[in-house]
Ligand binder design. Structure first.
Ligand code: AMP
Ligand code: MN
Ligand code: MN
Length: 346
């Protein structure tokens, strides 16, 4: 199977209602005084940045706002500079049946961990997202499968609600945009993405500070971890149908030995994926009975479809899945789903 440029691999067609229902989303927000916000587990810059930007905008409108994400309820060190962290409450404090629930950067209800059940108990569920594999699990959808970040959708909703961007809101949105575009390097960095960045910078975002916090700040142990993980990396040119696979792994012992939090392993793939001999890079994060697998493609293999086939999801060039078993089981699954994965035509 071949996926034409721009098409959303694995996009479900059974969505009830439009993918971008601005009017309904705006009406839902305007008719609720209290709004509960949730984003995907182990939040990244887009998940947390988009959610906090929206929370701050709602607070400006006078709404009561609660924001949360599933356990482990720990904000990654690289995101602790984000404005609006005071809106966060642990998942145990999220109301059992929120009147209005808004989800951020989650392609499926399962990505909300133990908060997934709130999708069924909430009165209205607005899904703000940009994943190719989004299942359309809300009652109102704001899904732009072409957008480089969920922040793109969130900024538009904030504008439609008539809230002016201030420095804290713009900083959250800029962090989300920079995080998911890999500092404006990845596919999806369109003129529109740069235009949004320009608007945010004009508000007064300190781009150098945001990017240093997001990308260029690690405890020294991270450098040791990087050396370890790169040292054990394997290049398998025959995998991914001959397009090549480069992969490595991280264990709980690696993190414990270096006294590192799990989020320090998230950026390793950004180094591994620069190996030009392999179209696909994989990092297996095996900390217990399951392995979390991150896949990245340099442009030829639809890893979003591959991860969907493995029970996960994501985007065409950046995706992930979780597999029960150790790293031997995980890498076999990676090889298998890559063999069957669709190619992307340039
Ligand atoms: P990661 O490799 O964890 O940085 O994730 C890359 C992309 O794939 C992100 O957009 C994630 O939201 C998505 N993703 C990662 N793991 C999963 C999973 N288990 N299920 C669905 N989507 C995932
Ligand atoms: Mn995300
Ligand atoms: Mn995202």
């Amino acid at each position: 199977m071949t996926v034409a440029g721009g098409a959303a691999a694995g996009a479900p067609s059974g969505l009830l209602g439009p993918e971008l229902d601005w009017a309904a989303a705006e009406a839902a927000v305007r008719s609720h005084d209290e709004v509960v916000l949730v984003c995907h587990l182990n939040p990244d810059g887009d998940a947390l940045g988009s959610m906090l930007a929206f929370g701050l905008a709602l607070r400006q409108r006078g709404s009561r706002v609660l924001a949360s994400f599933p356990e482990p309820f720990v904000v990654p060190e690289s995101l602790r500079f984000l404005p609006g962290l005071e809106l966060l409450v642990p998942p145990s404090q999220v109301p059992a049946a929120p009147g209005l629930l808004v989800t951020f950067d989650a392609g499926s209800a399962a990505r909300l961990g133990e908060l997934a059940g709130r999708v069924a108990t909430a009165g209205v569920v607005v899904v703000a997202d940009h994943h190719a594999t989004n299942t359309g699990f809300g009652t109102i959808h704001l899904i732009d499968r072409q957008a480089v970040a969920t922040a793109v959708v969130v900024e538009e909703l904030i504008r439609r609600l008539g809230v002016d961007l201030d420095v804290p809101i713009a900083t959250c949105l800029y962090a989300a945009l920079a995080a998911d575009s890999g500092s404006f390097r990845h596919a999806g960095t369109t003129p529109a993405a740069h235009a949004l960045a320009s608007r945010l910078l004009a508000v007064g975002v300190r781009s150098a500070v945001v990017c240093r916090e997001l990308f260029d700040s690690h405890p020294f142990g991270w450098h040791r971890l990087l050396a370890e993980v790169l040292g054990r990396a394997r290049l398998e040119p025959a995998e991914a149908g001959g397009l090549g696979l480069v992969w490595s792994w991280v264990s709980a012992a690696d993190l414990a030995d270096l006294d590192l939090a799990a989020d320090q392993a998230e950026s390793l793939i950004d180094v591994l994926r620069t190996a030009r001999e392999a179209d696909v890079a994989a990092v297996l994060k095996c900390y217990g009975p399951v392995c979390h697998v991150s896949l990245r493609s340099r442009g030829r293999v639809d890893v979003g479809a591959a991860c969907l086939a493995a029970g996960g999801g994501g985007h065409r060039l950046a995706a992930g899945f979780t597999v029960e078993g150790d790293r031997t089981v995980a890498i076999e699954r990676v090889r298998a789903v890559l063999t069957a994965a669709p190619r992307i035509t340039p």
